[in-house]
Design a protein around this ligand. Structure first.
Ligand SMILES: Cc1cc2nc3c(=O)[nH]c(=O)nc-3n(C[C@H](O)[C@H](O)[C@H](O)COP(=O)(O)OP(=O)(O)OC[C@H]3O[C@@H](n4cnc5c(N)ncnc54)[C@H](O)[C@@H]3O)c2cc1C
Length: 384
């Protein structure tokens, strides 16, 4: 069995007490008001946890990917929107950490590690979701600048971010090889925020359009090499999908913990409903599946730690499996609370709505299944 180190176990305990005391109390309101969880974000900064996802060279904690996953899992257990603000910032930062210049890293990342601001990852467009290579945002070289024009959609932290990592075509004739990545400050002239989405769940996390109207960026804000943006985009998702898996595991754990307290209290037919075998079987299925998902997530995070050859495959598996588990467990948690589960008086309906997003973003679960199948078949020399 995969066993966490003593340090990881102690870290989980400290994050859990922090999350229960400082994040959980604001979760319901963030969902009800569809408002960024400012108090939880501030609490992360104050408690010194904002630096967990970032390297020491930019003021972060140099925590390994498993510790980062534990942070996300424990935040998601009480408030998935808070875990998402951390995930989305890291998503925007990964291309800079992995492929950006040191100057760019020192300009953008210390503020993230200090918890001063969040950032965004702008890949998707209205017409380019699963098929990101069909994006139409353009970046045209003009002297020592690039000029970006286009519209990004579904961008997490839109309107709240200090920086936007943006993918745009520098060579539209070169298909996916013509994409490049840039970092753009929120106050760049020509950058504006369009429609903010009204969503089913993760309501505390803003999602919206980021519009670029001839936004001029100096060439120093190109990440890595021109034309390598598609590779960076996919490499970033390989490193981030286990984080979505960790988020999904946290949501599922939060739901089954809430449901198990309820079934212990609730009485029908003159007995606690926890004594019905039908309820116990739902609990057993939930905890077995959560444990299996957690094991897969930690395997994927371990692969990210060593940048191993199975990063793509394990990341897709962890994200897909954990998201499906979160959806099934939260649905059963609602069922265990009966009619009360269907009301906003209990957190399980919020968790069920939040879980749904895990099956959709960072590549839908259908797309992940395609990745998993292709990786396996390629290993057996079978082309698809
Ligand atoms: C709340 C939210 C936050 C998001 N945050 C961000 C963000 O911060 N940055 C960002 O860049 N994007 C973000 N996204 C975008 C997200 O990654 C896309 O929505 C997702 O990749 C799916 O793209 P799509 O919505 O265009 O769906 P489509 O690609 O149109 O898919 C529609 C359906 O077709 C299926 N499908 C499509 N292609 C295939 C295929 N090849 N094989 C099998 N089935 C297929 C899909 O599985 C799905 O069921 C976010 C989305 C949401 C909803």
């Amino acid at each position: 069995m995969f066993r966490l180190s003593e340090e990881h176990i102690a870290f989980r305990e400290s994050i859990r007490s922090f999350a229960e005391a400082r994040v959980a109390p604001h979760a319901e309101q963030a969902d009800r008001d569809a408002a960024f969880p400012e108090q939880s974000f501030e609490a992360l900064r104050e408690a010194g946890f904002a630096g967990v996802p970032y390297p020491g060279r930019v003021g972060g904690d140099d925590a390994d990917p498993i510790a980062q996953g534990i942070l996300l899992e424990e935040l998601a257990r009480v408030c998935a929107s808070t875990s998402l603000l951390v995930i989305a910032s890291k998503l925007g930062a990964i291309p800079i950490i992995e492929w950006g210049s040191e100057e760019l890293a020192q300009e953008v990342l210390p503020g993230l590690a200090a918890g001063d601001y969040v950032m965004s990852y702008c890949l998707s467009e209205a017409g380019a979701g699963s098929d990101v290579a069909s994006m139409s945002t353009r970046a045209v070289r003009d002297g020592s600048d690039y000029v970006i024009s286009g519209a990004k959609m579904w961008i997490t932290n839109a309107g709240r971010s200090a920086w936007y990592t943006v993918f745009a075509k520098t060579d539209p004739d070169a298909a996916h090889r013509g994409i490049s990545a840039f970092v753009v400050p929120a106050d760049a002239p020509g950058l504006s925020i369009g429609k903010l989405e009204s969503k089913m769940g993760m309501k505390g996390s803003p999602t919206g359009e980021v519009l670029f109207d001839d936004v001029r960026v100096p060439k120093e804000r190109l990440i890595g090499e021109e034309g390598r943006g598609f590779y960076y985009a996919l490499g970033t998702l390989d490193r981030s999908r286990p984080n979505i898996g960790a988020q999904a595991v946290g949501i599922a754990q939060g739901a089954i913990d809430a449901a198990s307290s309820y079934v212990d209290e609730r009485r029908q037919f003159d007995q606690r409903i926890v004594d019905f075998q039908a309820i116990q079987f739902m609990i057993a299925d939930a905890v077995m599946n959560i444990e299996a998902a957690r094991g897969l997530v930690y395997s994927a995070l371990s692969e990210v730690m060593v940048k191993g050859p199975r990063m793509t495959e394990l990341g897709a598996m962890a994200k897909c499996f954990a998201a499906d588990v979160a959806m099934a467990v939260t649905t059963d948690a609602v069922q265990m609370l009966g009619g009360y589960g269907y009301t906003t008086d209990f957190p399980v309906e919020r968790m069920m709505r939040d879980a749904k997003l895990c099956q959709i973003y960072e590549g839908t679960n259908q797309v992940q299944r395609g990745v998993v199948a292709r990786q396996y078949l390629a290993g057996r020399g079978i082309k698809t």
